[in-house]
Design a binder for this molecule. Structure first.
Ligand code: MN
Length: 476
């Protein structure tokens, strides 16, 4: 962190480390290591992304409230509200109970979407999960598979949408190893046979290019070969009849330059030296990928039919490509531009949220409010219910089931009995007390319910009650 932060900013980070170490005491990980290794490793992952000290601090403290006697209030007092909010968010993401894979995945997905207004929580959760993946071997087989599957189905796609390629790739590779071990072995076996030859070629080509760039007075920030990640290689193999010969970017050469103009100059220099493969020049600088990725890619014939891919971009594009949304907290782009970019990502997640909801006719009676004005609460069984801000136990009841709404006699929130017009808060565990004798909803509930669904049901039930009442007296 010293590379990107002033020394006095680091004092609090040190304090947080000592605080977490003391709180976890002599707790051990399943691997037998001292517990503190886990939050420390998550914090280091985030420091590599040059993230703000407050995020690093929250990462150090992320398991304290759940696993030690120290409460969130103490964290709030010692490290401030902002850090406490992040720690609380990470704790909540860990609270979803596992009851069948489909349901769990769905709950987790909803929860992540609800968290999208504080992307920092999601990023800490990635770092947390990455370390858990690295120590997966100590868990029983079924749990290993479950965690790995979750990563491939939830964590990695979200990281990808946030443009966080590096952590996405790292999580996927670990998960791949544990969830699809046969395929993993097959793919790594294929790579081993090819890699050394391709690396040799890449090194030779890189030297020639470096010479060319020098002669053209191009200032190079970084130039290096990168091997393709194993999981993304595996997916590409599946799309290419499992033929490794058809994967041109097994090794690619990355050229990082000082500005966009140099990127196009270098593209020209490369094409002057080697003939490009037609159809494989991709200008993501002019037309960025939907997640914001920018770079120029080109594949060229070097010799004897051998192919090499180049990826050309500026330093800022490089950091964006690796860290995505996380890069924006520290890179040049400050203030409005960064905020606008973050909003774009939040917008992506919002769109995704809409897709999920449309697919499942979820919340069919509701026009979606903005993401920020949604809360999520739990059923006692650990399911997540997504509601608009200001929703009450009655709204909750109707979202669980019509009968539960109709027979709602009272409610508890976090084990406390509450009035039915109580406004629910993020993370509450809500239980509805069923009144079996109840004939139907109380029309007075209309004064405080927040969701269209509850309102519609209450009105409909009241109408049918009235009808049946008149029905009885009509025979007179
Ligand atoms: Mn953890």
């Amino acid at each position: 962190m010293r590379e990107y932060k002033k020394e006095d900013d680091l004092d609090l980070v040190k304090l947080a480390y000592e605080f977490a170490e003391k709180a976890h005491g002599d707790q051990k990980r399943k691997s037998g290591e001292p517990y503190i290794i886990h939050p420390l490793s998550a914090a280091i992952t985030l420091a590599k992304m040059k993230l703000d000290p407050s995020i690093i601090i929250a990462a150090l403290l992320h398991d304290v409230p759940e696993d030690t006697g120290v409460s969130i209030d103490v964290i709030k007092k010692e490290f401030g509200k902002d850090v406490a909010l992040m720690v609380e968010g990470v704790t909540k993401l860990g609270k979803i109970k596992y009851r069948g894979v489909e349901r769990y995945i769905e709950n987790l997905r909803k929860m992540f979407v609800a968290m999208a207004n504080d992307l920092r929580v999601i990023i800490i959760k990635f770092a947390d999960r990455l370390h858990n993946l690295k120590t997966l071997d100590v868990l029983p087989r079924d749990k290993q598979e479950r965690i790995a599957r979750e990563v491939l189905e939830i964590y990695a796609p979200i990281a990808s949408r946030l443009g966080m390629d590096q952590i996405k790739g790292a999580m996927e590779d670990e998960a791949f190893k544990h969830f699809m071990s046969k395929e993993y072995k097959w793919a790594t076996g294929l790579v081993e046979k090819q890699l050394s030859q391709r690396e040799k070629t890449a090194r030779r080509v890189q030297k020639i290019l470096e010479q060319d760039l020098k002669e053209n007075d191009i200032e190079v920030k970084k130039i290096y070969g990168r091997a393709k990640r194993i999981y993304s290689l595996y997916l590409k193999l599946l799309r290419n009849d499992r033929e490794i010969a058809r994967i041109y970017d097994l090794v690619a050469i990355r050229v990082i330059l000082k500005d966009v103009a140099s990127c196009y100059s270098v593209l020209g220099i490369i094409h002057k030296r080697w003939a490009p493969v037609s159809g494989r020049i991709k200008d993501y600088i002019a037309v960025p990928k939907p997640n914001g990725y920018q770079s120029i890619h080109t594949t060229v014939f070097v010799d004897d039919g051998e192919l090499v891919e180049f990826q050309i971009r500026t330093e800022e594009m490089d950091e964006n490509a690796e860290f995505g949304v996380a890069a924006h907290w520290h890179y040049k782009e400050k203030g409005k531009a960064a905020a606008a970019r973050n909003m774009k990502w939040v917008g992506e997640l919002t769109k995704w949220k809409k897709e999920i909801e449309e697919n499942q006719k979820y919340l069919e009676n509701l026009k979606l409010d903005t993401l920020q004005s949604r809360i999520f609460v739990f059923t006692p069984a650990g399911d997540v219910i997504d509601l608009p801000e200001g929703a009450t136990p009655v709204d909750f009841a109707y979202h669980v089931h019509t009968d539960i709404g109709d027979k709602c006699g009272g409610a508890t929130v976090d084990d406390q009995i509450v009035n039915l017009d109580t406004k629910l808060k993020n993370g509450n565990v809500v239980e509805i007390i069923i009144d079996k004798n109840r004939k139907g909803p109380n029309p007075d509930w209309l004064k405080f319910v927040k969701t269209g669904l509850a309102r519609t049901r209450i009105k409909a039930a009241s109408r049918s009650q009235r009808n049946s009442f008149f029905g009885r007296i009509v025979p007179f």
